[in-house]
Design a protein around this ligand. Structure first.
Ligand SMILES: [Zn+2]
Length: 255
């Protein structure tokens, strides 16, 4: 039975996603992430656990707060669903240890990408959490330190180069320092080759997004575009497909 652990992982992932929503709301506001307990941002009423079930509560309550009837953002179920899927896929592809580490690391990335999307800022606490996960993975032997070092180097050097070139051509800072820090932890996890491919696809996705927003709202050379969401999206896909394509196909055929 291949599906049971995957479904369990999906449920755990959606609960993690629910916690990520708390991080996404509180980290940019510099609020404590542990207390107070979850409350409605409109009426400030505490949300009891049975109204805070990931994915389920949102749809039962028709996307509204049970107390004040104010609409709840779609961000909540979307982040829960994405995190649930990422956890499910991790446990479908990897052995339990690697799956756990990859799922936790990816969850940090999801919160980071969403905060960048909303605020154009990358919280340092999430970069540090990622660094801790990488160090742990080296210690328990999931990642090899040489691979980590070369990856981190590629993850920093290439974005720095892109930043420099952008500045020379447009006199603008195309990427932020947060993106360089993100490049550091992503490169360390992915290794140099997968990191380069991720950067390429992230840039491509970013250009497509920039063009489609510009077509809708008119061209504005100064329109800022967060880079982390595209980088995280390509990196997580590379984590799943990159060096594991063969293994993935084996699993798929054996299902
Ligand atoms: Zn409310």
């Amino acid at each position: 039975m291949v599906l049971l652990p995957v479904i369990t992982a999906f449920i755990i992932g959606s609960i993690v996603g629910s916690f990520l929503n708390v991080l996404i709301y509180r980290l940019p506001r510099e609020e404590s992430i542990w207390s107070p307990r979850s409350h409605c941002p409109h009426c400030k009423k505490m949300i009891p656990w049975y109204q805070n079930i990931p994915l389920v509560s949102f749809f039962i309550q028709n996307g509204k707060c049970a107390v004040c009837d104010e609409s709840i953002s779609w961000q909540y179920p979307i982040v829960e669903a994405i995190t649930g899927c990422v956890w499910g896929i991790c446990f479908f592809i990897f052995n339990p240890l690697l799956a756990t580490m990859t799922a936790v690391f990816s969850s940090i990335l999801i919160a980071l990408a969403w905060i960048d999307l909303k605020t154009m800022m990358i919280p340092l606490s999430l970069i540090i959490s990622g660094t801790i996960m990488i160090s742990l993975s080296v210690i328990i032997g999931i990642l090899e330190w040489k691979f980590v070092l070369w990856g981190a180097l590629a993850g920093v050097a290439i974005p720095l180069l892109m930043m420099g070139l952008t500045f020379l051509m447009t006199r603008r800072q195309g990427m932020g320092w947060g993106d360089i820090q993100l490049g550091l932890i992503l490169g360390a996890w992915l290794g140099p080759w997968d990191m380069m491919i991720s950067l390429f696809f992230a840039a491509l996705l970013g250009i497509i997004a920039w063009l489609s927003i510009s077509l809708k709202k008119g061209f504005d050379r100064n329109r800022p575009l967060p880079f982390a969401p595209y980088l995280v999206m390509s990196a997580v896909i590379m984590l799943f497909l990159g060096s594991h394509v063969g293994f993935w196909f084996d699993k798929f055929l054996l299902l």
